[in-house]
Design a protein around this ligand. Structure first.
Ligand code: FAD
Length: 470
């Protein structure tokens, strides 16, 4: 059947206004943040309810059509972009944006998958609660995308990954069946925990339409410091000291190199250097407490005082207001964006055991500098989770395309070092299309076979996100 006939059928299900076929209407759904993929699709579908998602999938599955779920389109591995073959239909979940239930006493919230993360955070705040997931793309990314990628972000240290924040899910299966698993239970040992299969599945097993999520007490006291250090070894020592003394109230510990801060100072609106001198490395550390009476500032000062005495830190600026806390985070959250203004950047989203971070960084930095003399490594991120965004900007004045052409070669080099440290080649962004071909290198035959069997059981016709992950 021709695309026009399918479009007409979809228009009956979701309304003609929500079937986008004009090139200009489809365009925003076909490019992604890093410009790595340029998608082609016959149409973008924008259902407005779970029932509509179900009817769309039932028809697509019957007709042998291929469906690519898309949330906020901020994913960094190409999973949400239709392939260049041009036969994959984009299913945009943005209209499923209702808050279904807020339960401040039970510390839960139930939202549809198209709710933007920042809006969800605000809903929690309205009832004096915290939804802790926090990442640079939070103004655009959506709950369904967050869960489908098992997003990490800056609060994993204290609250865990997205996976840890979910109590229940509603999912539409590839054949249109609706699984209502929207339970709000903290304890439920009744067999296989199916929801966990959909979290991190990158849209290959089902379409998430709603989720019941955990809420937490809203921090009453928040303190942050921007710390200058000489080396990643010192950053690890500071982390050990801070985690040892603050335990669960250490809610952020992010590392950045000087060159990353310089990029921010050059290209990020409103960014100012929090310290007067220059330091090779920086750590943004945050402590927060749900109890007003807890002396958070005293604890932060005591940790940094001890670190000074031990010669672990060179300088530190304390945030004197919430605005200053936000200013520190503005720099950290801007770190990805500013790299675009410096030409080509080859990315690695990797993790190693926390204690191995300094050795990994030293070895990987030396290796990429030997491979591309003059390149500018900008490794930054979640030191407390062992997760580094090992990004490498092109040498000043180099040809961007020629540099980017070495993407696979540099990935192989860095991933080899990650492997030596028993790390992961995808700490939080997922596999998508970008890293699919690397799966054979990092998973055993048995693991891949089990994953394929799950995929076949859930989506026998390979309707959902074909060619992603597996
Ligand atoms: C500036 C910036 C900073 C970032 N920082 C972080 C970070 O700190 N930590 C982190 O983990 N990620 C980060 N990311 C990556 C990205 O924001 C996350 O992966 C985010 O969770 C994706 O959400 P999304 O709604 O944009 O999903 P999309 O990009 O639309 O989709 C991502 C994947 O999920 C699938 N999908 C989307 N919605 C659904 C659904 N409802 N049901 C089933 N499958 C679905 C898609 O098919 C695709 O495979 C960052 C990205 C940017 C641009």
């Amino acid at each position: 059947m021709a695309d026009t006939a399918h479009a007409a059928r979809f228009a009956e299900i979701i309304g003609a206004a929500n079937v986008l076929t004009a090139a200009s209407d489809k365009a925003p759904y076909l490019v992604e943040w890093r410009d790595l993929y340029q998608g082609v699709t016959p149409m973008v579908l924008r259902p407005g309810s779970t029932a509509e998602v179900s009817a769309v999938l039932r028809y697509a599955d019957e007709q042998g059509l291929k469906i690519v779920p898309q949330g906020g389109n901020t994913g960094l591995v190409g999973g949400q972009i239709p392939q260049e073959s041009g036969d994959e239909i984009v299913l945009s979940l943005g209209r499923l944006n209702k808050v279904r239930n807020v339960d401040p006493d039970g510390f839960t919230i139930t939202v549809e998958s198209g709710v933007v993360l920042e809006a969800l955070q605000r809903e929690a705040e309205k009832v004096d609660r915290l939804f802790p997931l926090s990442l640079g793309a939070q103004g655009s990314c959506q709950v369904g995308g967050n869960l489908s990628t098992n997003a990490g972000g800056t609060a994993v240290l204290a609250y865990g990954n997205s996976r840890d924040l979910v109590l229940g899910l509603e999912v539409v299966m590839a054949n249109g069946d609706i699984w209502n698993g929207l339970r709000a239970l903290r304890k439920d040992n009744t067999g296989y925990d199916l929801k966990q299969l959909f979290i991190g599945a990158e849209g290959t097993l089902g379409v998430i339409t709603a989720a019941t999520l955990k809420l937490f007490p809203k921090p009453k006291k928040l303190e942050a410091a921007f710390v200058g250090l000489a080396s990643p070894e010192d950053a690890l020592q500071l982390f050990s000291l801070a985690k040892g003394q603050a335990g669960p109230i250490l809610t952020g510990f992010e590392i950045m190199p000087r060159v990353g801060l310089e990029f921010c100072l050059r290209h990020l609106n409103g960014a100012r250097d929090p310290l007067s001198g220059s330091h090779p490395w920086y750590v943004l550390m945050e402590l927060s407490s749900g109890t007003e009476a807890f002396p958070v500032r005293d604890l932060l000062e005591s940790i940094l005082g001890e670190a000074f005495e031990k010669g672990v830190v060179e300088d530190a600026a304390f945030a004197e207001s919430l605005q200053q806390v936000n200013d520190f985070w503005h720099i950290r959250h801007g770190m990805s964006e500013v790299q675009r203004a410096e030409g080509g950047s080859i990315k690695h989203d990797v993790s190693v055991p926390v204690a191995a971070i300094p050795a990994f960084l030293n070895k990987a930095i030396a290796a990429v500098e030997a491979m591309v003399p003059g390149c500018r490594p900008v490794p930054f991120g979640h030191l407390g989770d062992g997760n580094i965004h090992f990004n490498v900007s092109q040498p000043i004045g180099a040809d961007k395309e020629a540099y980017i052409a070495r993407w696979d070669e540099m990935n192989e080099l860095v991933h080899g070092i990650v492997h030596e440290f028993n790390g992961s080649i995808s700490a939080e962004h997922g596999i998508g299309r970008l890293k699919r071909d690397l799966m054979k290198q990092v998973k055993s035959e048995l693991e891949l076979d089990l994953m394929q069997r799950i995929k076949t059981a859930f989506d026998p016709k390979n309707t959902l996100n074909p060619g992603r992950v597996l």
